[in-house]
Ligand binder design. Sequence first.
Ligand SMILES: [Mg+2]
Length: 177
Amino acid sequence: MAHKCVFLDRDGVLNRERGEYTFLPQDFEVIKGVPTAIDELKKNGFLVIIITNQAGIAKGIYTREQMKQCHELLQEACHHAIDAIYYCPYHPTYSASLARKPDSLMFEKAMARFDIKPETSWMAGDKERDLIPARKLGIKTIGITESQAIGEADFMAKNLTEAVAIILEQHKKAPNK
Ligand SMILES: [Mg+2]
C-alpha cells in the first residue's frame, strides 16, 4: 500500500531560522513543540521526511559532517521519529542540480524509495521555493510563517504545531485525498 507522508523543510520549520547558515550544534535550536508535532504525525500513520537545501556545503562554509551532527541532534530531540533526511549540497553558482528546491528531484527520490502517494501527502515550508516542487507533484502545501502569506500555499500556519493540526483535520475529513 502506498504511504502518506509529511515532507518538511528544515530551517524555520524545525529549527529556528537565524538568517544565516546554521551548522554548529550550539546554534541549532529545535523549535518548541516540534518533537510533539512529529510524534502526532507518526501516530497517525504519516511518514516524516525532511527535504533541505544545504548550499553552504558547496560554498565551503561548512562540511557534510557538521550538517550531520546537527541532524543527529534533531533526531535525538525527536526520538529518532524522522524517517529520512534528504539534503541538496549544491548551489547554482558552483554546479547545477535538479535536487535543489524549487526543483523536485529530492521529493521524487523519496517518493520512489518509500512508495509515497502524493494525493495524501503534504509539504510544510517557510519559503515559496519549498512549496513549488510539492505543488508540481500534486502534494498539498502548508506555508509556515508568522508574517504574510506564502505563494503556492494551500494552507497557512504559524508553526509546525499549528500545521500538524490542520493536516490531521483535513486528513480526517478526506482520508484518501
Ligand atoms: Mg526554511
